[in-house]
Write a protein that binds this ligand. Structure first.
Ligand code: OGA
Ligand code: MN
Length: 210
């Protein structure tokens, strides 16, 4: 195991404390600049190679393109035989998964993730990350890959902090920013950006209830 990719216990403790207190966390320390740069490169290579597809909404028979709801494009990631940057991503977040399980007995089993590219002007309207017929997605983790993101470029994730959506927090998608929140509790949306916006979005899943 690469010594450098083991997360300091203190960082994990801080995340766990904040998750316990609020149900969401914003972190800037988990991924190094270099790790983000490599993920960004991977993402752009695949984007330029045409490997992405337009994101859909819903699942199973209900799944479909709904460009009035979301207009990004995605590429699902494989944890095995992936590029080193992607393996590092999964390796790092698996430590988060284990820490969360230890602290909250959440029974998270795996992480499903995709790269997302939001071309200028695209967005994702307010939603919850949970399907009506499947409660496997328990914890959402979004990692942003945009170096030098201007303050006025938009593209924030707007995280609604209460059920009534009366309070919200806007977080800019700057390189290395990681947002973690309980998937069934926090409504959120992606505001339109004036420039291309890159991210890796993932969901820690537990075994679905049947
Ligand atoms: C999603 C999502 C947020 C973001 O893909 O479900 O809400 O900031 N993404 O990219
Ligand atoms: Mn979402």
């Amino acid at each position: 195991m690469n010594q450098e990719s083991v997360i300091e216990a203190g960082k994990l403790d801080t995340m766990i404390d904040q998750l316990a207190e609020h149900g969401w966390v914003v972190d800037h320390t988990l991924f190094s600049r270099e790790a983000i740069k490599q993920l960004q490169q991977c993402c752009l290579e695949q984007w330029q190679a045409g490997s992405f597809h337009e994101a859909a909404v819903g699942r199973g028979d209900q799944q479909g393109r709904r460009s009035e709801i979301r207009s990004d494009s995605v590429l699902w990631l494989e944890s095995a035989d992936a590029a080193p940057a992607i393996r590092h991503y999964f390796f790092t977040l698996d430590q988060v998964r284990q820490a969360v399980n230890q602290a909250f007995y959440m029974g998270l089993e795996d992480l499903e993730s995709h790269f997302a590219v939001y071309p200028p002007g695209s967005f994702y309207k307010k939603h919850l990350d949970r399907f009506r017929d499947d409660d496997a997605r328990a914890l959402t983790v979004v990692l942003y890959l945009n170096e030098d993101w201007p303050d006025d470029a938009g593209g924030q994730i707007r995280l609604y902090l209460d059920d009534a959506c009366s309070q919200s927090l806007d977080i800019a998608p700057t390189a290395g920013t990681l947002v973690l929140f309980l998937s069934d509790r926090f409504w959120h949306e992606v505001l339109p950006a004036t420039q291309q916006r890159l991210s890796v979005t993932g969901w820690f899943r537990r075994r679905p209830r049947i």
